[in-house]
Design a binder for this molecule. Structure first.
Ligand SMILES: [Zn+2]
Length: 184
């Protein structure tokens, strides 16, 4: 997916989380603060390609990954990458008193990004550096993978709209789940 469609799906997810928190009697504020980190995580994995909107805004970050030899849809689009990102976020948050609760939001956004990219025709190498991914014209694809959409085509926007609708319409389900959880 492109940056704007990743961002739109992320906004839908944050809206849903804030709505569920409000319905559960909590404050939406923590969700909105964490949601900003989540949205950053939703676009961050594409720092591995010079063509992405996030790389245009943060060229130094893209150059850093390029110097480290990180190619598009490899480390940043894998479970190893998400786990590494989570460990770094936890380590950073642990040094700031009262901020530890913020650590999962950014890696959760990265995971959401990889999940959405896995629906594309190229797929993602979830098990990188293992798995059956290979490089085609400079990008990693998963042979035999059948996706729901092609990046930049109408099918990408249809998929993004369907994901946004599904996420927003899941609010009553989350209300039900939270209602069944024991109150501390
Ligand atoms: Zn991506």
């Amino acid at each position: 997916m492109r940056g704007k469609t990743h961002f739109a799906c992320g906004v839908a997810a944050v809206f849903t989380a804030a709505s569920a928190a409000t319905h559960a009697g909590g404050s939406p504020d923590p969700v909105l603060w964490g949601g900003m980190l989540f949205l950053a995580g939703c676009v961050a994995p594409d720092l591995d390609t010079p063509d992405s909107a996030v790389s245009h805004r943060l060229p130094w970050a893209h150059r850093g990954l390029a110097i480290l030899g990180v190619r598009h849809r490899t480390l940043t689009h894998s479970l190893v990458g998400v786990a590494l990102c989570g460990a770094i976020c936890w380590a950073v948050a642990a040094t700031s008193p009262g901020a530890l609760w913020l650590w999962p939001w950014f890696p959760a956004g990265c995971l959401f990004h990889v999940l959405l990219d896995s629906l594309s025709d190229a797929g993602v190498p979830w098990l990188w550096p293992g798995g059956r991914s290979r490089s085609v014209r400079g990008r990693t694809v998963v042979p035999g993978h059948v996706g729901l959409y092609r990046v930049g085509a109408l099918s990408e926007y249809v998929t993004a709209a369907a994901v946004c609708a599904a996420v927003v319409l899941s609010v009553p389900v989350w209300d039900l789940v939270l209602a069944t959880m024991p109150v501390a």
